[in-house]
Write a new protein. Structure first.
Length: 144
């Protein structure tokens, strides 16, 4: 992933009054390189390939901060461990097979219309969304 995306994350962190350190940038770079679907433990391994002295808790605290700022969301897809996904432009979308746990990402989203209606109805300021739709993939449908 590009340096521009890492810097964009850094700008979000700085705007919220937090420091953007070289360590946080390295963690963000590894996260983005994984295409944003990664467990905390796997992220630790990737970060340590380039910066062996970064501690596990530093990675966990950075994931926690980015989640708090709405940049990431943890998702649980049948594996037990949370996988972190990057919410690009405030949203992310999955189709999840209930049988084999296949995850299919899709880009086009019509949730914005529903979000506006929900925001107005409940007086809620929506900052982003993670949409997961569960069902059976084509391969699992053939097995039924």
């Amino acid at each position: 992933m590009g340096q521009a995306q890492v810097e964009a994350l850094g700008e979000i962190v700085r705007q919220q009054g937090y420091r953007w350190t070289a360590t946080r940038a390295a963690i963000a770079d590894a996260l983005l390189a994984s295409e944003g679907h990664i467990t905390a433990d796997k992220l630790v391994d990737l970060v340590r390939e380039k910066m062996p002295k970064i501690g596990r808790m530093t990675v966990y605290r950075t994931l926690e901060l980015l989640t708090e700022l709405g940049v990431l969301r943890p998702v649980y897809q049948g594996t037990g461990a949370a996988h972190y996904v990057v919410l690009e432009q405030g949203h992310h979308h999955h189709l999840v097979c209930s049988r084999c746990d296949l995850v299919i990402e899709f880009e086009r989203c019509r949730v914005d219309e529903m979000s506006a209606a929900l925001a107005e109805r409940f007086g809620f300021e929506i900052q982003g969304h993670l949409l997961e739709i569960f069902g059976l993939c084509a391969g699992c449908q053939d097995e039924v």
